[in-house]
Design a protein around this ligand. Structure first.
Ligand SMILES: Cc1cc2nc3c(=O)[nH]c(=O)nc-3n(C[C@H](O)[C@H](O)[C@H](O)COP(=O)(O)OP(=O)(O)OC[C@H]3O[C@@H](n4cnc5c(N)ncnc54)[C@H](O)[C@@H]3O)c2cc1C
Length: 391
């Protein structure tokens, strides 16, 4: 009998899982993705798309490497390149962070990454106009880059459709029907769809979807804000992405195709769901200007040409929750990418698809199981050190 897979969510997680399932699975797999709005219209559509590997945790470094490898070779997915550009990534620390920073770079190298340590006096050769004051050490990853999250998600959708996946937009999932141990059907605005397997890739709404099957997923909302600036001189597309953790607040800069620069990482307040998002206001833009004034003064007075904010979904250890929870046999969660989940989505999509098909995943999915919190096995990393955080 054909296996019917229902996927909830048309962001980069749901669509990458749909694509890899349709690539690896047999013809009798019937895959349907349900998106309540338009594809990539929530967190994925707001993402800065930075692809880097500077993380504290070994598992996350390996996941980020696999994600980047898949984005590098993205043309094989429906012919789109996903907007991937390999501009490199430069990260800075102050004197207090140097020991941890060196240990992290050693860990990255052991995982097979190319990483160079950069003295403060050499920063100018990576980023013209940079003021090195307060920087004790930098690290440069030449294999890092950025991609266009909207293109990546919609290219996955195109590839999945070509492989026979049905993608239904404007179709909210309103309930999951269970028989006590498994989900038997997905209830949507268009009616009931029987399923053998259901994937919960509903992003910030993953908690609500899981609760429909009686599963409690700890997922909080935070708001990530960015602004796009246009300086007198372009921030070239080959210029490295900068992540500055050498002074507070943290800040990242990423080139936009066309010479603008995207600035973020400065403000990430928790979201009061009843009140909604704060949005980008004058105080955020002032903080951007002040931060640039000290680190990249040539952009301090640059014109703000765009700005936005989006919800990021954050778990207690800031790492994803992936896999089948205890008590429900056929529900696959793929949630909680926080402010770093885009780059890892292709790696999760590939490995979750393999796991659903009963094959060995390429990355360590077990480390991301929901039960790790109760087992005292939470992952270290993102929330511990500021320079392991967003993007
Ligand atoms: C401003 C910003 C900057 C970021 N920058 C980076 C970065 O530089 N690098 C990086 O790696 N990551 C970054 N991230 C994080 C990254 O974008 C996310 O981790 C990733 O996009 C999450 O994708 P998702 O598919 O889980 O969620 P989403 O894209 O939110 O997709 C979930 C989908 O589920 C749908 N849905 C919800 N409920 C239902 C329902 N009941 N029925 C049907 N559909 C439903 C939603 O409409 C939505 O489209 C950033 C995020 C933000 C907001």
């Amino acid at each position: 009998m054909a296996k019917r897979v229902g996927i909830v969510g048309g962001g980069v997680y749901g669509l990458s899982i749909a694509y890899y399932l349709s690539e690896f699975g047999d013809d009798d797999l019937e895959i349907t993705a349900f998106e309540r709005g338009a594809l990539a219209s929530e967190t994925t559509g707001y993402s800065a798309g930075i692809v880097r590997h500077h993380y504290t945790n070994r598992v996350q470094i390996e996941t980020a490497i696999r994600g980047r490898e898949l984005l590098e070779g993205f043309e094989s997915v429906a012919g789109g390149d996903g907007g991937f550009r390999q501009n490199g990534y430069l990260v800075l620390t102050d004197a207090d962070g140097v020991d941890e920073f060196r240990a992290l770079v050693d860990r990255q190298r052991r995982a097979g990454l190319e990483v160079d340590l950069v003295e403060a006096t050499d920063l100018e050769s990576f980023l013209p106009g940079i003021d090195p004051a307060g920087v004790a050490l930098g690290a440069y990853e030449p294999q890092a880059g950025f991609a266009d999250p909207y293109l990546v998600a919609t290219d996955y959708a195109t590839g999945a459709r070509e492989n026979g996946v049905e993608i239904r937009t404007a179709t909210p999932v309103t309930d999951l029907v269970t028989d006590g141990t498994a989900v038997t059907a997905v209830e949507t605005s268009e009616g009931r769809e029987p399923v053998d397997i259901v994937v919960n890739a509903a992003g910030p709404w993953g908690r609500e979807i899981a609760s429909m099957a009686g599963v409690d997923v700890p997922l909080e909302w935070y708001e990530s804000k960015v602004a796009v600036l246009r300086g007198d001189e372009p921030y070239g597309v080959e210029t490295p992405t900068l992540s500055d953790h050498s002074e507070s607040p943290d800040m990242y800069l990423k080139p936009e195709p066309g010479g603008d620069v995207l600035v973020g990482g400065i403000d990430r307040p928790p979201v009061d769901r009843a009140a909604g998002l704060q949005g980008v206001d004058e105080s955020f833009l002032r903080a951007v200007g002040d931060r640039l004034d000290s680190r990249l003064p040539t952009f301090a007075d640059a014109a703000v040409v765009d700005s936005w904010s989006g919800v990021i979904s954050v778990t207690p250890d800031s790492h994803q929750i992936v896999g089948v929870p205890t008590g429900v046999d056929n529900l696959y969660n793929a949630l909680g990418g926080s402010g770093h989940g885009f780059k890892e989505a292709p790696a999760f999509g590939e490995s979750i698809a393999l796991s659903i098909l009963g094959e060995d995943p390429r990355i360590d999915l077990e480390a991301y199981r929901l039960e790790r919190f109760a087992d005292g096995d939470a992952l270290s990393g993102v929330s511990e050190k500021s320079y392991g955080g967003d993007e």
